[in-house]
Design a protein around this ligand. Sequence first.
Ligand code: 4AD
Ligand code: MG
Length: 430
Amino acid sequence: MKTTISQVSKHLEETVTIGAWLSNKRSSGKIAFLQLRDGTGFMQGVVVKNDVSDETFQRAKNLTQETSMYVTGKIVEDTRSPFGYEMQVSDIQVIHEAVDYPITPKAHGTEFLMDHRHLWLRSKKQHAIMKVRNEIIRATYQFFNDNGFVKVDPPILTGSSAEGTTELFHTKYFDEEAYLSQSGQLYMEAAAMALGKVFSFGPTFRAEKSKTRRHLIEFWMIEPEMAFVEHEESLEIQENYVNYVVQSVLENCKLELGVLERDTSELEKVKAPFPRITYDDAIKLLKEKGFDDIEWGEDFGAPHETAIAESFDKPVFITNYPTEIKAFYMQPHPNRPEVVLCADLIAPEGYGEIIGGSERINDLELMKERYEQHGLTGEAYKWYLELSQYGSVPHSGFGLGLERTVAWISGVDHVRETIPFPRLLNRLYP
Ligand code: 4AD
Ligand code: MG
């Protein structure tokens, strides 16, 4: 009977066949230990010389790394491995012999591995990260569906910019100029006025010349947008969402977190509500921590975010940033127009900002004023202004960066390992 590694617990003491690759091997004169992988998981196969034909034992001993095969044997418990099962191999049918697989069990440099990303994905750690990523995606759909949100897909090709004009990828759209989307937000605001609570989940692009462990050129963003929801209520939805995602990964990715050697006690603490600190207080806190140079009105960099996060053992919201340093669409604070009703959510352990969000301006005159200040004129924004013209309501939304969230929850220190094929400043291959 054919099965997969993920299903072997249902076949204890049965003989099954699995389509697999050889990820590693150890053998002596009498026994061979095959590290098998089939996409669904990793498992050891044991081939004992006295229990199989000479031909099968020779075949096992000669198997090269990444050779594909159908392997048949009895599934037994293996209390020594975290996986809990192994196969007592009785037969091996080689499908394709892999010769000189470039990624050997020895350590390789990062650039070498990045050049072989199409193969590197097969390794145990990368497999675990992709499974965590998938669980975050699954939990995201579950959370928003369970809470009455409708999934809406904004366009990727756009005629206007959502987050400022300096980081746009330009492209030709027949005779017009077009851009790759930096954020679907403006379209999601239109969708919220049609469907109430909506979320998008798609690729976004930033032509940013940043070479840090937190920046990708192409990344995936989850962007909820909610009509009749003000700033404070939006923060509650954000913390409940992040809480749900973290608890789902803890529950459903135990093996993967083990492979990644993630300290799960840090993740167990991530329960809503999350602490909030105003930008004003964050500046004070930074000064106390020795950042003497930081002045009110400046944006925070990675070291600032890390220092603020260190004071809390959960993600922390930094609220009410200066109007000057935030996007044009943010609603001013009712008593203090120099700050806006916004928050960035900073992950613990130095992983930085994972969410940016705000209440949106819903007053047409104020929106027009902001437009002028930001030089956003022309036809491309006409539709967006019309949203404030016909039945405008308070509304809020936010964007969560998937890869930074995967990095944090998995405990990997660079976002390049959190997306199958990363696009970085100097990398478009493979
Ligand atoms: O803070 P950002 O730029 O916010 C927006 O784009 C809003 N329009 C979202 C909204 O309100 N609908 O980006 C949101 C999040 C960041 O907190 C970060 O997690 C992620 O997107 N992000 C990046 N992730 C990887 N590489 C980059 N270059 C990123 N830029 C932003
Ligand atoms: Mg931001």
